[in-house]
Design a protein around this ligand. Structure first.
Ligand SMILES: *Cc1c(COP(=O)(O)O)cnc(C)c1O
Length: 356
């Protein structure tokens, strides 16, 4: 395969945004990584080039049938001025799983990890200062063959772009209000819910908009068949603390296997909590709440890390969780994971990957 990475540095460096005004995914760094694929030649022409628009044929297959996959991870600067990423091997393995499901070519994860590390190193001045800030890394792959037949493309582009991002919650971690979505569904078993592909998100925007207009910040997704069992919250995995036990929906095929989810399960087990992965109905959850047994609820994902849930609304029913405040366990998980990500705690699980 391609063992060679060509580098063409930009001679037109952009101004960097103020580190307290970053938001999420609004700014992009000076460089990007690209490589091309054809059925005949495999992956080739791996290169780091100045960030900018790409040319795409209007008939490029991704624009019509949505053969696309992506990933999301972050790079951080440690107190020792090292640059680290958090469990990138899991993201790249998931990328290949997504490719497999979407009939797209897999990548050499070792080569891609080295290319990402090189890109981050080149644009390291873009890693923002500030305790809560990070450099978000967005790898993605698109079908580029110019053709309108419904079949797998024979040509692809794989790219990586970088974006300095601020704290997900500028005012600090705080609980959100969630709307239990009973009409629209995100994914069904046998569909593509367990891989990171654009169509899952395109079809979820409607429900998100409806929830927003009703005054909620996100939706709780139920299963696509019976509309009874809890799947995810927004684009996050979800956890509940019920009577001292931690319950999270089992990975049944329509749920995205989050890296943060896996890290949370591992930490909770380290701390001696019983963690149970199983199906859980929204009815059971409201029942637990009525009995005073629902102690905490939170979402997990790379962007927000831990997002406490302060209330859940199902039709006319509304329940408050943890008194509408951030639960003790949610806070502890947030503090621990963010400290691990920034190299401020001993890395006993070998989760840090050193860029430099
Ligand atoms: C990315 C994503 C998650 C969280 O995954 P992480 O690896 O923890 O960032 C959860 N659910 C959905 C639908 C996602 O797209």
């Amino acid at each position: 395969m391609m063992s060679e990475l060509k580098i063409n540095l930009s001679d037109n460096r952009k101004d960097k945004p103020a580190s307290d005004k970053l938001g999420f995914g609004k700014y992009f760094t000076d460089h990007m990584f690209i490589m091309d694929y054809t059925d005949e030649n495999g992956w080739h022409d791996a290169r780091i080039v100045p960030y900018g628009p790409i040319a795409l044929d209007p008939s490029a297959m991704v624009l019509h049938y949505g053969q696309e996959v992506f990933e999301g991870m972050k790079a951080y600067r440690t107190p020792q001025e090292e640059i680290v990423m958090f469990r990138p091997d899991m993201n790249l393995q998931r990328l290949n799983n997504s490719c497999e499901r979407m009939s797209m070519p897999q990548v050499d994860t070792q080569f891609v990890l080295e290319a990402i590390a090189k890109l981050v190193e080149i644009d390291q001045e873009w890693i923002p200062d500030g305790e809560e800030n990070a450099l978000y890394i967005r790898p993605f792959m698109i079908a580029t063959e110019p053709a309108l037949g419904v079949r797998a493309s024979k040509e692809y582009k794989f790219m990586v772009i970088l974006s300095p991002v601020g704290a997900y919650y500028p005012e600090g971690i705080h609980p959100v209000s969630i709307y239990v979505e009973q009409q629209f569904v995100r994914a069904v078993r046998g569909g593509t819910g367990e891989v990171k592909t654009s169509g899952n998100y395109a079809s979820g925007i409607k429900a998100q908009e409806v929830a927003k207009t009703k005054g909620f910040s996100q939706v709780l997704w139920l299963d696509g068949k019976e509309h009874k069992y809890i799947e995810e919250v927004g684009s996050m995995n979800v956890f509940f603390k019920v009577n001292g036990e931690i319950i999270t929906p089992a990975l049944t095929g329509s749920i995205l296997p989050g890296v943060t989810r896996d890290s949370v399960i591992t930490l909770l087990q380290d701390w001696g909590y019983p963690v149970i992965e199983r199906v859980i109905s929204v009815e059971e959850l409201f029942e637990a709440s009525a009995q005073g047994l629902l102690e905490e609820a939170f979402g997990t994902g790379t962007a927000a890390v831990i997002s406490p849930i302060g209330s859940l609304s199902l039709g006319d029913l509304n329940i408050e969780i943890s008194g509408g405040k951030t639960g003790e366990l949610s806070q502890r998980l947030y503090d621990t994971i963010t400290a691990l990500q920034r190299g401020q705690l001993e890395d006993s699980h070998n989760w840090a990957f050193k860029v430099k």
